[in-house]
Design a protein around this ligand. Structure first.
Ligand code: NAD
Ligand code: LMR
Length: 330
């Protein structure tokens, strides 16, 4: 048996936590031969800690063979002690009528303390994936406060958007979702994100060749993906949870297993200036992994339509960055 991977999950008693922990403990994230120890972090509030205790009881009751320990805590130092992965989910979700960046005032500050605690306590190889919204800019806050932890070990989640986009394209083309590849989400996990249908492929053919309905692609498809989170909040009265947890599993799997030849996946990483994006922004790109390390795919062609969409989402991320200037570290 391998040494257990320690995984911290903040907001562990929340909606996403409830869908996520059991998937990790079952082996869905790291595979059937990889034991895990879960560090479950909640706020020091009686109701939250009671709920967390209940979740721990349910984890016990699953008798997962791969689950080698649970550390439930509201203490950040204990919570991030020795962890190899930090999944930062705990944050307030938006309500109907809000944009995700409206949460910055409420949520941004959470990620200063968590970034510092990760730097103080986590394993050297710790990789941090931010889910709590607005996730790109919260990841920027965590990353800049985590002195000494390399920027390339921080990520923000846009996989849910990629999965949403793939399903929309598959439905329109009347194919299985597995036929859709190379579905890049560029930029911010927000209403400005750009789901790049020009470079996406269906059974290895460019999407615009398979789906000739250009107006649907340029308008309906993009708007549906951009507004899917809001549509779910309107329908459920709560923000997406099971699909978000599934996207967390997909993101970590994509980062820890080699990407299929010719394909890529979407995740926000710290821009090194690739594609002319301002350095240091947490920007979603098409990314490939060799199972251990990742790189941005650099030769994706962008036409004027795509360039304009990417400029708009970059502008929003710059605006969000300026809104949290007082929370940024190094
Ligand atoms: P939720 O309200 O059900 O749960 C959040 C949990 O986090 C609560 O249990 C709360 O006590 C806890 N929490 C709050 N502050 C914390 C802190 N400082 N430390 C530790 N725990 C803390 O919310 P949810 O539905 O699970 O959503 C969580 C976040 O994920 C929201 O911000 C939501 O908008 C975001 N989200 C992002 C994506 C994405 O694709 N990036 C998708 C879905 C949801
Ligand atoms: C989503 O995309 O479902 C989440 O970011 C939740 C939200 O606020 O839309």
């Amino acid at each position: 048996m391998n040494t257990p991977i320690r995984v911290a999950i903040t907001g562990a008693a929340g909606q996403i936590g409830y869908s996520l922990l059991f998937r990790i403990a079952s082996g869905a994230m790291f595979g059937p031969n990889q034991p895990v120890i879960l560090h479950l972090i909640e706020i020091p509030d009686e109701k939250a800690m009671n709920a967390l205790q209940g979740v721990c009881m349910e984890l016990d009751d699953c008798a997962f063979p791969l689950l080698k320990g649970i550390v439930p805590t509201s203490d950040l130092d204990a919570g991030f002690q020795g962890v190899n992965w930090a999944l930062l989910v705990g944050a307030v979700p938006r309500k109907a009528g809000m944009e995700r960046k409206d949460l910055l005032g409420l949520n941004g500050r959470i990620f200063t303390g968590q970034g510092r605690a990760i730097a103080r306590n986590a394993a050297k190889d710790v990789r941090t994936l931010v889910v709590g919204n607005p996730c790109n800019t919260n990841a920027l806050i965590a990353m800049t406060n985590a002195a000494g932890v390399p920027a390339r070990q921080f990520f923000a989640m846009t996989m849910l958007d990629e999965n949403r986009a793939k399903t929309q394209l598959a439905r329109k083309a009347g194919v299985e979702v597995t036929a859709v590849s190379n579905m890049a989400i560029w930029g911010n996990h927000s209403a400005t994100m750009y789901p790049d249908f020009f470079n996406a492929r269906i059974t290895n053919r460019p999407v615009p060749d398979v789906i000739g309905h250009r107006e649907w692609l340029e308008k309906d498809f993009i708007a549906t993906v951009q507004q899917r989170g809001a549509a779910i909040i309107k329908a459920r009265g709560l923000s997406s949870a099971a699909s978000a947890a599934n996207a967390v599993v997909d993101t970590v799997r994509n980062l820890t297993t080699p990407t299929r030849e010719g394909d890529w996946f979407s995740v926000a990483v710290c821009s090194d200036g690739s594609y002319g994006i301002e350095k240091g922004l947490m920007f979603s790109y098409p990314v490939r992994s060799n199972g251990k390390d990742w790189s941005v795919v650099l030769d994706v062609p962008l036409n004027d339509f795509s360039k304009a969409k990417i400029a708009a989402t970059e502008a929003e991320l710059k605006e969000e960055k300026s809104m949290v200037a007082d929370l940024l570290g190094k």
